[in-house]
Write a protein that binds this ligand. Structure first.
Ligand SMILES: [Zn+2]
Ligand SMILES: [Zn+2]
Length: 313
């Protein structure tokens, strides 16, 4: 058996195992409704050392996966969450920092070799079309070889890219309405939050942003707000450790939201549940859950969850 053939078979059997697991583990009525699962909760481009994978969030709406951001590790995290990759259907990118898109192409690729999902729709700001095209060019030799050798469909035809340059309605189907809001993440201008309104829940994902009062309006009365979080005392500790840190600190403060300000946004928005994710710094095991939550609690009296990878909310 050639390595290529083996890879293909492993992919197929994984997909079959996933389907079998799904059939046994979930009763039909449990597939209805909206589930939210954190796939990766670390902020920033470096790899997680503390059990946090890079940024990615999953919504299962009537059992259809909607993946928001594709940080490194998203394919593996999806499998760990019980979603076989041949089920991949919708992808949303908040902005084009690598901790949100590094595994965008590879996720599509992994779904393709898993069992060729019938169709993938990808949504995101300007640049997504080029990113998609460039990824397929990057993998052209392998893709063209497998199409001939293994009879796979052309993955370039599996993906439909929907690029946008302003906020508003992103997509709508019978299960969900998705809207976007431009947030504050300098120097990147094309950075968006997403709001998913389904039959049973409303869920907002902040993406990367500095304190943005308009986000409170956008998230008004949502059941769940998943918001990025920055812990200032740890940033100050970092500043003392590295020569380049003052510049990094300046960037972080201009582009991300302190836990206190996250609390303000959640309070202004009157959300039921606030989930902290995209932790900055994301690699400091000394920061306790209580420390992440204490700034938030100064302003927000609702339910606060300090996110963990593969946690379902
Ligand atoms: Zn980020
Ligand atoms: Zn970013």
């Amino acid at each position: 058996m050639t390595p290529d053939r083996r890879t293909f078979l492993i992919g197929s059997s994984l997909a079959v195992a996933g389907l079998a697991f799904g059939a046994q583990a979930r009763k039909p009525q449990q597939q209805r409704g909206t589930r939210l699962i954190l796939l990766g909760t670390k902020g920033g481009p470096t790899l997680g050392l503390t059990g946090r994978s890079n940024s990615a969030t999953l919504l299962l709406i009537n059992d259809i996966p909607y993946v928001v951001d594709c940080g490194y590790g998203v394919s593996r995290q999806l499998i760990s969450a019980g979603v076989s990759l041949d089920r991949l259907r919708y992808i949303f990118i908040t902005h084009h920092h690598s901790d949100h898109n590094l595994e965008y192409g590879p996720l599509i690729y992994n779904a393709w070799v898993a069992k060729q999902p019938p169709r993938i729709d990808a949504y995101g700001p300007i640049g997504l079309e080029k990113l998609t095209r460039d990824f397929f060019n990057y993998m052209k030799f392998d893709i063209d070889t497998r199409i001939v050798d293994e009879g796979l469909a052309d993955p370039r035809r599996l993906v439909t890219v929907h690029e946008f340059a302003s906020a508003g309605l992103v997509m709508q189907n019978k299960d969900v309405k998705v809207r976007s809001l431009r947030v504050r993440h300098p120097p990147i201008r094309e950075s968006y939050a997403y709001r998913f309104d389904t039959g049973d829940r409303s869920i907002v994902i902040s993406g990367d942003t500095a304190y943005a009062p308009e986000l409170a309006k956008f998230a008004e009365n949502a059941d769940v707000l998943v918001h990025e979080a920055m812990y200032l005392p740890a940033i100050d500790k970092l500043t003392r450790q590295f020569a380049a840190a003052p510049r990094l600190r300046e960037h972080l403060l201009a582009a991300h939201t302190s836990t206190e300000d996250v609390g303000r946004i959640a309070a202004q928005a009157h959300v039921k549940t606030l989930v902290l994710s995209h932790f900055v710094p994301g690699n400091d095991p000394e920061i306790t859950d209580e420390q992440w939550a204490e700034g938030v609690r100064k302003y927000f009296n609702g339910r606060v969850i300090v996110g963990k990878d593969l946690m379902e909310v």
